[in-house]
Ligand binder design. Structure first.
Ligand code: COA
Length: 169
């Protein structure tokens, strides 16, 4: 019987993570983004789905700040999320998002944002309305937010520098 586990990414997973990202997105942009976020020290929660020792899924939440007046509120950005294509539709993406949320909450995080399809992220509690008032270069119908506690509803979203112009979720 196969065994799937969700666990924290380790330095030994880097090459396998790169391959999952490349296979899922069909390009190298997201894999490069992951490396840049980790190298830059901006990863907050990074998990892999491990199927019998093979990395078949990956999720990364990085530090993002909501700047409001003179204040800077720490939040997190979900990007990227990737599952090996041959494993799509088996619940791995959902398991990664839910386990990451548990760990983020336990660590005291109160706000996450994502740029993606509301039809997918809505099932995890992300809402367009919760993100609508943020000031962001990426403000659009795809920008969604999920708050677990007290967190700003307005302010400027400042992503980790690795995002540059290559933002993808
Ligand atoms: C998106 C992705 C991570 C989902 O992973 P997964 O393990 O297949 O997801 P799950 O098995 O947990 O959930 C599957 C469900 O999500 C739906 N789904 C998958 N991608 C979707 C999308 N882009 N928009 C809407 N629904 C989507 C499936 O139709 C399925 O729906 P169902 O539960 O009603 O049958 C995976 O398809 C993937 O790696 N895609 C390529 C990279 C990508 O697009 N990442 C996210 C960017 S927003």
């Amino acid at each position: 019987m196969s065994m799937m586990s969700i666990r924290a990414a380790t330095p030994r997973d880097r090459e396998a993570i790169r391959l999952v990202e490349e296979h899922a997105f069909g390009q190298q942009t997201e894999a490069g983004l992951v490396d840049a976020l980790v190298t830059g020290g901006d990863a907050v929660v990074e998990l892999v789905a491990d199927e019998d020792g093979q990395v078949v899924g990956h999720i990364l939440f990085s530090r993002l700040f909501v700047q409001n007046g003179g204040k800077s509120f720490p939040a997190v950005a979900l990007a990227p999320l990737a599952v090996e294509p041959s494993f799509h539709g088996t619940g791995i993406g959902g398991a990664l998002v839910r386990e990451a949320h548990i760990r983020l909450k336990a660590a005291g995080e109160t706000l996450a944002v994502v740029l993606g399809d509301p039809a997918y992220y809505g099932r995890f509690g992300y809402s367009r309305a919760r993100a609508a008032k943020f000031d962001s270069d990426y403000q659009s119908e795809a920008l969604q937010a999920l708050a677990w506690g007290e967190a700003p509803e307005t302010g400027r979203l400042v992503y980790a520098s690795a995002f540059g112009s290559a933002l993808a979720a």
